[in-house]
Design a protein around this ligand. Structure first.
Ligand SMILES: Nc1ncnc2c1ncn2[C@@H]1O[C@H](COP(=O)(O)OP(=O)(O)O)[C@@H](O)[C@H]1O
Ligand SMILES: [Mg+2]
Length: 354
């Protein structure tokens, strides 16, 4: 009869395809039990949004089932998001494991739409998520999320609003809708710092930060206040938007912020009548930028009239129609972001250990 050790040994042959290492050496196997032909164990993934979890579970099940004497195999999936090294010791946000900045070169490319759907898709997978709207020039979170709640203060800290299971904060919650605010550099830095440091974000796996477009004070303040796990660059495929997106990405590289990847938004249009595909802007723009910056494309989101309808109603697409073809590209993007962060966190943890 195989022992628990035999089960663990058999799992050494199963790799996490994303991380390129076996489940045992990654410390992902727990609670191994063998009882009269029945083996059971838990795989602790590095993110609940792991794109390959079904595949990993099946491979592990088969590896153990092939041991002579094992009749049934019970595999449980759990997850524990790895914190970016340095994130835990960071005194500003000790409970936040990863900070994902969402940036773009110019406005109107869908950065806020991407941020909101990214945050909610990660939460739908089971992660603890916060979303900070740091686009102080055009805060759009209250409208996109359709809430009338307002943050409150407690013990000298701002308590974020909660909707759809995520924590939310935006200057838009604190300003009248039609207020035109003139921001000077130091005020921008102060506002961004306050929304990070003076806010009770609690324990989060991911804090998504929707930045203003371009390369200004908000970006610099964020990078100087907290360690950013990585930045997602949103662009359309249009040359102008791309060139500016590349400039924004280069600024993050210079500040030693890793680039998670590029999301090409409003990339194409599927005709609802004939189902033919039209590339809105020149085709392959995102690839060009990705190649230039040596980072992957982690999402191509089509232009979808439903996305606008959902945004106008204040119910983001992944919530309004979670199982629809419109939600799928956002969910796929979220899983890719989570996977890229897991890989980076593991590689960095290894580097720290060595
Ligand atoms: N994939 C998409 N399909 C259709 N409309 C979109 C899509 N992404 C964004 N939009 C629309 O484009 C406009 C700008 O998007 P927004 O997210 O506010 O951009 P940004 O934050 O970059 O300024 C909004 O009206 C939004 O509803
Ligand atoms: Mg915006």
């Amino acid at each position: 009869m195989p022992t628990e050790k035999d089960v663990i040994n058999s799992l050494k042959s199963v790799q996490d395809p994303e991380l390129g290492r076996d489940l045992v050496s990654l410390g992902m196997i727990q609670d191994v039990k063998v009882q009269s032909g029945n083996a059971s164990f838990t795989i602790v993934l590095t993110t609940p949004a792991c794109p390959l979890k079904a595949q990993i579970k099946e491979a592990a099940k088969q590896a153990v089932a092939s041991l002579p004497g094992i009749e049934t195999v019970e595999v449980k999936l759990d997850s524990k998001v790895k914190a970016m090294p340095g994130a835990r010791e960071d005194e500003v946000l000790p409970g936040v494991k990863n900070i994902i900045a969402v940036a773009s070169g110019k406005g109107g490319v869908g950065k806020s739409t991407i941020s909101v759907n990214l945050a909610l898709a990660l939460a739908q997978e089971g992660a603890k998520v916060g979303l900070l709207d740091a686009d102080i020039y055009g805060p759009s979170l209250p409208r996109l999320i359709g809430t009338t709640q307002r943050p409150v203060a407690s013990n000298g800290k701002i308590i974020p609003v909660e909707e759809y299971g995520i924590k939310l904060l935006s200057l838009g919650f604190m300003m009248p809708d039609d207020a035109a605010v003139i921001w000077r550099g130091p005020l921008v830095s102060g506002a961004v710092k306050q929304m990070i440091s003076d806010t009770d974000w609690g324990d989060l796996d991911y804090l998504v930060v929707d930045l203003p477009p371009g390369t200004g004070d908000a970006q610099i303040t964020l990078a100087q206040t907290v360690p950013i796990t990585g930045v997602v660059i949103v662009t359309t495929s249009q040359d102008m938007a791309l060139n500016i997106a590349i400039k924004a990405a280069q600024m993050f590289k210079r500040m030693d912020v890793p680039i998670i990847g590029i999301v090409e938004n409003m990339s194409y249009f599927i005709c609802p009548h004939c189902e033919g595909r039209t590339d809105i802007f020149s085709h392959g723009g995102g690839e060009k930028a990705a190649e230039w910056l040596d980072v992957p494309i982690i999402g191509k989101i089509p232009l979808e009239p439903e996305v606008v309808i959902d945004s106008d109603k204040g119910v983001p697409t992944v919530i309004a129609r979670p199982d629809s073809p419109q939600a799928e590209p956002f969910k796929e993007m979220a899983r890719k972001v989570a996977a890229r962060i897991s890989v980076t966190a593991c590689v960095k943890v290894d580097a720290v250990i060595k």
